[in-house]
Design a protein around this ligand. Structure first.
Ligand code: AMP
Ligand code: MG
Length: 397
């Protein structure tokens, strides 16, 4: 198969999963559990927002045509009450932020632009009609749909659901994601490894990444490097909504993952991507289940999950908008790499997010270096050199 560029591979993942995914099952969530879940229903405003025209400043409610001028203060109104009278010519009502605009008034003047003397207020500037007033319904009209199904709810969505009286919402069930580490050298975390053995860190990082991305991780036993054992474990993994494998996808004699998947009737969409870490990277579908064969080196597993598998998981979770933010930051030193591969390398982003510094590492197995990073710098495949001070893309960790 021809290797794909980073952008081609990502586009392929999005297109394949979007094209054939089924609508997930739904369940209910209270607002205390709603953030991070994907909404499964359209939500409408239960009333106008705001429900009455409101002041957005502390000051005076006035008739704009009266200004500049000196007005008589006929009362006050604050958030949580209604002024019962009407503002007539030459009159003003003292008003607090959030309070309903009294009848007759059509503008609010900030208190900083006024001078009060007893029961009169001097305002020596003109006012625009409607200034500092949020008209009734300007944010949302009653019965207007304010959230569509497929949105991953963030804290502002939760605030709006609360404001419109929705204490429970319908959300999609989390996709079940099977995780299989492969390799004869892999032992479990609380086993004592011999010096030629490695503890299973990939299943644990993937479990954490899947949970963070909104999936329900299920770690299966390590698949040994034989076709028979790997087939047995992979067959179990294919019962999930998404299957993630780590290791066993290179060209070595004991890399049996692709052979096993092919034997189970898998269709392969790509098996190599021009990125580092992570070149041998398999994406396909067997029956209803999409799978990724992620390369086994720990950083390769982590990075390829973030830039490919996470998007598939989000789509399977019912999410509509899929974004991978890669903002620009200024390099604090020059950076060179061999062109041809998009590279995701451990880096530290400055506190204000404007500057990025590569973290020294010993290649894709160097987990300690990765833990010192708070981001990846993303080096363009077509650009071998970046001078100090130039902008480069970063991916948050
Ligand atoms: P592979 O892709 O199977 O050739 O594995 C590449 C490298 O990643 C080897 O050095 C493995 O020891 C290491 N590796 C594979 N699987 C895991 C795992 N589950 N946890 C930690 N390291 C792993
Ligand atoms: Mg292996």
């Amino acid at each position: 198969m021809v290797p794909l560029t980073f952008a081609e591979a990502r586009a392929r993942v999005l297109a394949e999963v979007r094209g054939t995914r089924k609508t997930p099952a739904t369940e209910e969530a209270g607002l205390d559990r709603a953030a991070g879940r994907v909404l499964a229903e359209a939500v409408a405003a239960d009333r106008d927002s705001p429900a009455v025209a409101r002041s957005v400043r502390d000051g005076y409610a006035v008739r704009a045509a009266d200004l500049p001028g000196e007005l008589r203060i006929i009362g006050e109104v604050r958030a949580g009450e209604r002024f019962t009278g009407t503002v007539g010519a030459g009159q003003a009502v003292e008003i607090m932020t959030g309070a309903p605009i009294p009848a007759g008034a059509d503008a609010v003047v900030m208190v900083e632009h006024t001078r009060r003397v007893g029961e009169r207020v001097h305002i020596n500037r003109a006012a625009e009609p409607n200034q500092f007033i949020n008209p009734k319904g300007c944010e949302a009209a009653a019965h207007e749909v304010v959230l569509e199904a497929g949105k991953r709810l963030d804290y502002s969505d939760v605030a709006m659901l609360a404001a419109f009286g929705r204490s429970r919402v319908k959300v999609y069930a989390r996709p079940r994601v099977a995780i299989i580490a492969t390799g004869d050298e892999i032992v479990e975390v609380d086993e004592a490894p011999k010096e030629f053995q490695i503890r299973n860190s990939n299943a644990r990082s993937l479990e954490a990444q899947v949970a963070r991305a909104g999936g329900e991780p299920q770690v299966l036993p390590v698949a040994r490097d034989t076709v028979e054992h790997t087939r047995e474990i992979v067959a179990r993994g294919l019962e999930a909504d998404l299957l993630l494998l780590s290791g066993g996808v290179s060209a070595g004699k004991y890399d049996v993952v692709e052979e096993v998947l092919a034997g189970l009737g898998a269709e392969f969409f790509f098996d190599r991507v021009l990125i580092q870490p992570g070149q041998p990277l398999v994406f396909g579908r067997a029956g209803q289940t999409f799978f990724f064969g992620l390369p086994g080196n720990p950083s390769s597993t982590m990075v390829t999950f973030e830039v490919f598998a996470r998007a598939a998981l989000e789509l399977l979770a019912g999410q509509e908008e899929i974004v991978l933010p890669m903002p620009l930051a200024r390099l604090t030193r020059e950076f060179r790499h061999r062109a041809g591969l998009t590279r995701f390398l451990p880096a530290r982003l400055s506190a204000d997010g404007s500057e990025v510094t590569p973290v020294g590492w010993h290649g894709s197995g160097d987990v300690p270096a990765l833990t010192r990073a708070n981001a990846y710098l993303v080096a363009d495949a077509g650009r071998p050199e970046y001078a100090s001070g130039e902008l480069i893309r970063v991916l948050m960790k």
